[in-house]
Every structure is written in C-alpha cells, then in structure tokens.
Design a protein around this ligand. Structure first.
Ligand code: UD2
Length: 286
C-alpha cells in the first residue's frame, strides 16, 4: 500500500511521462533546432535558376524576356522571403526572367524611382529584355493566374492588396508593382529621378503615362490579390511633402528628367545564387 497521496503523484508522474513521449517533448536542450533563413530553402528548391537569378523555360521559347527590378536598402529579410516565394511562382508561369536588386549605397534619402531607372539601364546591358516589372520587395502575389508579364498598356499590378482589404484605395494609384514594355518605358522616359524620400513618385509616373498618351490597365482584382509584408517606415525614407508639388508637373518635366538625365556610379555588381545585386551611388537631394 503506497497511500492515497503517493498514488496520486505516481499517476501524475505517469501522465507527465506519457505526454512527454506522445508529444516528443524533451527536457534536454537540443542543438538541432534552428530557424532556417528562407534564402537557404529558396536556393535548395530552385536548382534550375542560374547563378545571378536568371531562369527560362526549358522546352519552349518565351515571347517576353522579363527583367524584374527591385529597389532596395536594408530589407534583407523581405528580400529573402520575396525570392523564396517568387522564384517558384515565376518558373511555374514559364517566365524568361532575371532578378535585379538595385541597392542604394550610403545614408542619403531613399530614391525608389531613380533606382528603378538604374535597374532598367543595367538590365538592358545584360540581356535583350523587352518587358520590365518594377516591384517593391515586400509584395507577394497570391494567385498563379496573376501573370508577371507586360501587356499592351502599362500595367498596375498592386491594386488588390491585403493591407487595403483588397480594394483600390484611389483611382490613380500606380505604386507597388508596375509592368512596362521597353517601348512604353522609353516613351515615358522612365521614372523621374528627383523624388527623394517617401511618396509621390508612383503618382508622377501615372501622370507621365497620361502625358505620353497612354493609359493603364489592371487585371481583375480577384486574381491580383497580393500580400504585403508588414513593416515600419524605413529610416532615410521619411515622407517628403515637397514631392506632392511635383506630381502634376510631370508633363513639362518628363522629357528632361528621367532615363535621359540619369546619372549614377556603380559601387559593386554581385551575382548571388538567386539574384543580381547592383549597389549604386545615386547622389543625394539638392
Ligand atoms: C507605397 C507604394 C510604393 C511607393 C511608396 C512611396 C504601393 C503598394 N506601394 O509603398 O510603391 O510608391 O508608397 O514611395 O502602392 N525600400 C527599401 N529600403 C528602404 C525604403 C524602401 O528597400 O529603406 C524599397 C522596398 O523595395 C520597398 C519599396 O522601396 O518595398 C517601397 O517603400 P515602402 O515599402 O516603404 O513604401 P510603402 O509600402 O508605403
């Protein structure tokens, strides 16, 4: 006889041991648990992507050769997740594509639009691209039917985002992801180079499209649903209210401010396993 209290504690001990075994719980610290950086998994899962981030379909010739340009500074984690999701996505769509991460060197105010122009200028030196998709590093499409391709019109591809409840916040929004044929990007003279800090450059691009006599298109919002990684406003990319005044001057400035006036210095080219990174000095605001 072990007495009622001892019986209870024996039962409890057996129960605890059972739970530990059943749910594979160990009290011994283990060194085998680790958080895998998604880039490791992405590299492992995309052996067909060639060094530097180019991939094309094996059994057919794609009609479009697509450069995907990503403006970048201090967003490593987002970039790794973007690559993790997007390489399989783009390969399933049988894209002939290359990934260009354009990193702004230094601490001066971020200039997303100028980095896009640099991406264009560098990508055309590499390959005969005829379609350019300018994408933020933190937007992931949720539907494979959302084709990462150019259309007959400049295409806005970030109009159905989870952060806006999958609704278009305002009619002229043209930020996040846009796709231009080479012909159309040249026709609008690219983005403006003069938008330093957050805001306005996407609206100004919309005005350029209009001024060039073009219009934009958007695919159905159902298939364009996309997720945005949550983040705070980055240091060095504070809202710039001066940008607001420049938006509606797009037409008068368009020919002199853009690809035609682009100046930058390349600090480094780095071919990574799944992308090409070009670090550039694009100067600082006047
Ligand atoms: C909105 C637009 C974005 C742009 C911005 C205003 C949508 C969905 N997004 O995004 O396209 O027009 O407003 O400028 O309409 N970045 C870095 N490091 C930095 C800062 C920015 O890498 O320090 C890059 C990165 O690719 C990022 C992008 O620039 O995704 C846009 O910056 P944001 O994410 O802060 O802007 P957000 O989300 O308010």
């Amino acid at each position: 006889n072990i007495g009622p209290i001892k019986k209870v504690s024996l039962r409890t001990a057996i129960l605890v041991i059972f739970i530990f075994i059943k749910f594979n719980i160990s009290l011994i610290p283990s060194d085998s648990y680790c958080i895998i950086d998604p880039i490791e998994e992405a590299i492992f899962q995309n052996p067909d992507v060639s060094f530097g981030g180019h991939s094309k379909p094996k059994n057919c010739t794609a009609l479009q050769r697509i450069a995907i340009i990503i403006p970048f500074r201090n967003r490593e984690t987002h970039l790794h997740y973007w690559l993790f999701y997007m390489h399989p996505f783009l390969q399933k769509q049988q894209g002939d594509y290359g990934i260009y991460v354009i990193e702004q060197h230094g601490e001066s105010k971020f200039n997303r639009a100028k980095l896009m122009n640099v991406g264009y200028a560098e990508a055309v030196k590499d390959y005969d691209y005829n379609c350019f998709i300018f994408s933020d590093v933190d937007i992931i499409p949720l539907d494979l039917q959302n084709l990462y391709r150019c259309s007959k019109k400049p295409k806005h591809m970030a109009h159905s985002l989870d952060k806006f409840n999958f609704r278009l916040p305002y009619k002229n929004l043209f930020g996040g992801i846009v796709a231009f044929t080479k012909e159309h990007y040249l026709k609008v003279n690219g983005f403006s180079n003069t938008f330093w800090g957050w805001g306005g450059e996407d609206d100004e691009l919309f005005q350029r499209v209009k001024a060039a006599g073009l219009s934009i298109e958007r695919a159905s919002s159902n298939i364009s649903r996309a997720r945005v990684f949550k983040h705070k406003r980055d240091r060095g990319n504070e809202r710039n209210l001066q940008n607001v005044h420049m938006i509606y001057k797009a037409k008068s400035r368009m020919n002199d401010d853009g690809l035609s006036s682009l100046k930058y210095t390349v600090i480094s080219f780095t071919k990574h396993r799944l992308y090409k990174k070009i670090t550039v000095d694009i100067g600082s605001p006047p």
